[in-house]
Design a protein around this ligand. Structure first.
Ligand code: OAD
Length: 243
């Protein structure tokens, strides 16, 4: 993929870089996205029945088992070249913050260290009453060994607040960076979707990487129209290995 020289130079010269990722980054690892027309989870499943606190109260078994299925997909998946390029970028840039909406933990498995998980992590299980991490035993859902409440995945459901401090930290990184990469997200779920605009308004160079047009496109200074697994390694190579 052709990377504009001006973009490669800006990335090479930046002291602070932030990236916002969405499910498109994990698509090439075989983890389904949410809104893609053919394979998106929300094309096949109703979020109201699976990803809200009300759904969990109504039918905890259904919700637990749906997340167990997704956890299985994530555990079988491997990080792809997009995850690895972002980990490499963290090693190259003085101050790099990775903000992800993904709950699959693939960024850390690829070697990223400074990761803000805005929507939690599907591999962690917490007590639904106390929100304290617990080892899940048997049962569907398993019960908290301390208080007996059902356990749940440590993810953010529709209508719930983000993890304490996560949005503030993400917003600080967006406002403080020189280059902001928006990768593999449809940019429609707030508050995460507000971060690219926040970065651009604070003066960052805004770069979108996505095969499709999104609401972020019209704000972006550069758009790399392609898959993250191709565009990100090409971008990192153009900036740091002379192309
Ligand atoms: P979406 O499914 O809404 O968007 C995925 C985006 O990835 C789309 O814009 C695709 O065009 C793009 N895409 C697909 N394949 C790609 C590839 N190989 N490389 C780059 N981009 C690709 O997923 P998110 O934006 O992550 O929230 O969704 C945001 C939130 O909505 C999720 O975190 C989740 C969901 O409901 C919660 O569960 C709270």
């Amino acid at each position: 993929m052709e990377i504009p020289r001006e973009l490669a130079d800006a990335l090479r010269g930046a002291r602070a870089v932030a990236a916002l990722t969405g499910s498109g980054v994990s698509a090439e690892s075989g983890v389904p996205t949410f809104r893609d027309a053919r394979s998106g989870l929300w094309e096949r499943f109703d979020p109201e029945e699976l990803a809200t606190p009300e759904a969990f109260l109504r039918d905890p078994k259904l919700v637990w088992e749906w997340y167990s299925w997704r956890r299985g997909l994530v555990l079988r998946a491997e990080p792809n070249p997009a995850h690895r390029a972002l980990a490499e970028l963290e090693r190259r840039v003085l101050c790099f913050t990775l903000i992800t909406q993904n709950v699959d933990g693939l960024h850390r498995r690829a070697g990223s260290g400074n990761v803000i998980e805005l929507h939690g992590n599907i591999l962690r299980t917490v007590c639904s009453a106390e929100r304290i991490p617990r080892e899940p035993g048997g049962g569907s859902p398993p019960r908290c060994p301390h208080c007996g409440a059902p356990l749940r995945p440590d993810v953010v459901w529709f209508g719930e607040a983000l993890p304490p401090g996560a949005l503030e930290e993400a917003s600080k990184a967006a406002r403080g960076c020189e280059v902001f990469l928006c990768v593999g997200t449809s940019g429609v779920v707030y508050p995460a979707a507000g971060l690219p605009r926040e970065a651009a308004e604070a003066g960052a160079l805004l770069v979108e990487i996505n095969p499709e047009r999104t609401p972020v496109t019209s704000l972006a200074d550069f758009v790399l129209r392609g898959r993250a697994g191709e565009a990100l390694p090409a971008l990192v190579a153009a900036a740091f290995s002379g192309g």
